[in-house]
Design a protein around this ligand. Structure first.
Ligand SMILES: [Zn+2]
Length: 320
């Protein structure tokens, strides 16, 4: 996958400290690219920015693999220390979490590189699906498992193109076969064949069922929408969203790490969030959503290891 050959040098920096991530990401990629293909893999956990730059300069990797938010963070930090295009990284293999288009564009333009997004779940494997050079959806590894998209409420199978819950059945798993395993990921099969000619179906992941946050009068927000809205603003490197109830309305507070702490940035964030149809509806029509509030904080305020799991905090039930 991704046209990797024995001439490639691949830098991998997946987080160390969680059993699943060591065995899942770095180990699998080491086996796939290093052991099987013969590429040089340079694997460590997360390093400080300056150390990372030293490693890149010394080993000159042309491919870099990690989760999207880490690559985005590195991009924005390394940019301050050097000209990224001169470092020679031409491909980023990222995934393991939703990657908004704005984030991908920022990484690609900053490095003059291609970003390829992959997808996997702990229970089945790391490279269950991956993008081809056309980058319009991820081709499913259909020889290894069956993929079904179903209505989350009724369990009924949906047509290609329709968004639903993704269910997997493994074909060749010996130790832990899975039969109609509900991943709780939401997504759709992209109708039609890909221009690259590969006959494998393509999937688009929209988020997780537990990524849906009820807002206002019966609307649901996909939390990925905040990624799309906020990472478009170049000054923002990380954020947290807190949902509260105030005067019977949903109050959304966005705490954002920004390179500059000015009202201009706060207003950009408020405008971006107020454009989300569910929030706009709640504010203008049903009057169930209050105007969002923004608090800007300095870079590196959030702990990078825990922010992914604590990006959305819903305090509203506490008031019941
Ligand atoms: Zn393709």
């Amino acid at each position: 996958m991704y046209g990797i050959t024995s001439k490639d040098v691949i830098r991998m920096t997946f987080e160390v400290g969680y059993g699943t991530e060591i065995w899942g990401n770095s180990y699998c990629l080491d086996m796939a690219y290093g052991y099987n293909i013969g590429a040089l893999t340079i694997t460590t956990g997360r390093l400080e920015i300056e150390e990372e730059l030293e490693i890149i300069r010394e080993y000159k990797p042309n491919i870099f693999a990690d989760v999207s938010s880490r690559v985005f963070f590195l991009t924005n930090q390394l940019k301050k220390l050097c000209e990224l295009k001169e470092l020679g990284i031409k491909k980023f293999l990222i995934g393991a979490e939703p990657t908004p288009n704005s984030m991908r564009k920022n990484i690609e333009e900053s490095w003059g590189a291609d970003v390829f997004i992959g997808y996997g779940i702990t229970e089945i494997g790391l490279l269950m699906a991956g993008e081809c050079e056309i980058k319009q959806g991820m081709h499913l590894s259909e020889l290894n498992f069956l993929t079904e998209i179903v209505d989350p409420e009724t369990g009924e199978q949906l047509e290609d193109g329709e968004i639903g819950e993704i269910i997997y059945t493994t074909y060749n798993r010996e130790g832990m076969p899975l039969v109609r395993y509900n991943s709780h990921d939401m997504g759709r099969i992209i109708p039609g064949l890909c221009d690259c000619g590969l006959p494998l179906k393509r999937i688009e992941i929209k988020g997780r069922t537990d990524d849906l946050i009820p807002i206002g009068a019966g609307d649901n927000l996909f939390i990925k929408m905040f990624d799309e809205a906020l990472f478009k603003i170049p000054e923002i490197s990380e954020y947290q969203v807190i949902f509260d109830k105030k005067d019977n309305k949903d109050l959304i507070t966005i705490v954002a790490e920004s390179t500059v702490l000015t009202d201009l940035i706060s207003n950009k964030i408020i405008n971006a969030v107020m454009k989300m149809p569910e929030i706009k509806n709640g504010m203008d029509k049903s009057k169930t959503v209050a105007k969002p509030v923004v608090k800007l904080v300095k870079l590196n305020t959030f702990d990078r290891n825990s922010i992914k799991r604590r990006r959305f905090i819903d305090n509203r039930n506490l008031y019941d």
